[in-house]
Design a protein around this ligand. Structure first.
Ligand code: GDP
Length: 332
């Protein structure tokens, strides 16, 4: 792609052209070295147009109703005049090539809307790599004029932390089911959550949903809140009927107002940017260790030597740092 192509791609993304946005995201997801250079250039050009969206992370086990919720919430937001981008961080797609969150038909109404853009999780690389690509896709969506970005993830491993680290508001969805309540607490999830929402509060489930909400609320009161300016609310709603969706969004806005008033909003974004820089740097160093077959073998041998107890981790780290130096002087 020539410099002129890149300029016109940047212009088209800024102009809100969906095909250009899709092409730009494909460029940042590409592993080709020349594409990566172009992607960095593109993002730098678009940077002034980013940062304006309300970024919401949404997590919950499979079956909790994430897609139904995003469909309902997205339609509500479009009704309010917003443009909604939906992205995903799905570590399972990196491991198996199959994605839990990938299927666009999961959000049938939203995917037919002009004001919505749905993109499945990037599937290449480690969780760190997948998260980095999703963050960049989020910036591209913002540059294209999407003013709400919903990033969904499943409660697997560190993916929740990764999504929490790229959003302003982290929403944990729960089921009204028995025994499910304390599971979230154990996983440390509620320590990340800015709100807990118990879905499927309809029909026969209504009483159980309210009971689950009361339990979560009690559990939250035991934990120290993350911010002295925000106590995570617990509410019940139904993605199926839409009852409670507007109230759910009101809480997101209330959180935003409270966080901006006490300057924690800017603080959270600043910390995220810096953390992002370091995680990208780590990714790049790891990639460098993987790129050269000789270095890859040396790293593997060093790892085995540590595992066998033949050398100390400190000496091994030293050896690998020297390999990095060597690869840098080779210009790889
Ligand atoms: P995901 O795996 O978290 O994306 O969950 P889905 O959105 O695919 O929902 C899983 C199942 O729960 C589907 O059969 C939905 O129809 C159902 N479901 C989702 N939201 C609700 C709700 O608010 N009430 C009821 N009764 N069922 C729901």
């Amino acid at each position: 792609m020539t410099a002129r192509d890149l300029t016109s791609l940047a212009d088209d993304v800024r102009g809100g052209h969906r095909a250009a946005l899709a092409r730009a995201i494909t460029l940042i997801e590409s592993r080709r070295a020349d594409h990566q250079v172009q992607a960095r250039d593109l993002l730098q050009r678009l940077l002034p147009a980013t940062g304006h969206a309300i970024r919401v992370g949404i997590t919950g086990s499979p079956g909790v109703g994430k897609s139904t919720t995003i469909d309902a919430l997205g339609m509500y937001l479009i009704g309010c005049g917003h443009k909604v981008a939906v992205l995903a961080v799905d570590p399972s797609s990196a491991r198996t090539g199959g994605s839990i969150l990938g299927d666009k038909t999961r959000m049938a109404r939203l995917s037919a809307e002009n004001g919505a853009y749905i993109r499945p999780s990037p599937s290449a690389g480690t969780l760190g790599g997948v998260a980095a690509k999703t963050r960049e896709a989020m910036l591209l969506c913002e540059a294209a004029g999407f003013d709400v970005v919903l990033v969904e993830t499943v409660g697997i491993g560190q993916s929740e932390t990764a999504v929490c680290d790229m959003t302003d508001f982290f929403l944990a969805l729960m089921l009204p089911g028995a025994g499910d309540e304390l599971q979230g607490i154990k996983k440390g999830l509620v320590e990340l959550a800015d709100m807990i929402a118990v879905n499927k509060a309809d029909g026969d489930n209504l009483t159980r949903a309210k009971a689950a909400a009361a339990e979560y609320n009690a559990a939250l009161h035991i934990l120290a809140p993350r911010s002295e300016h925000w106590f995570p609310p617990v509410l019940t709603y139904s993605a199926l009927t839409g009852a409670g969706i507007a109230e759910l969004w009101q809480k997101v806005l209330a959180h935003r107002t409270a966080m901006i008033a006490c300057s924690e909003f800017a603080g959270r974004r600043r910390r995220q940017q810096v953390k992002w820089m370091w995680s990208m740097l780590e990714e790049r160093m790891r990639a460098r260790l993987r790129a050269d077959p000789a270095i890859r073998t040396a790293v593997k041998d060093t790892e085995t030597a540590v595992a066998d107890g033949r050398i100390t981790p400190a000496i091994a780290a030293d050896t690998i740092a020297k390999l990095l130096d060597a690869s840098a002087s080779k210009g790889s």
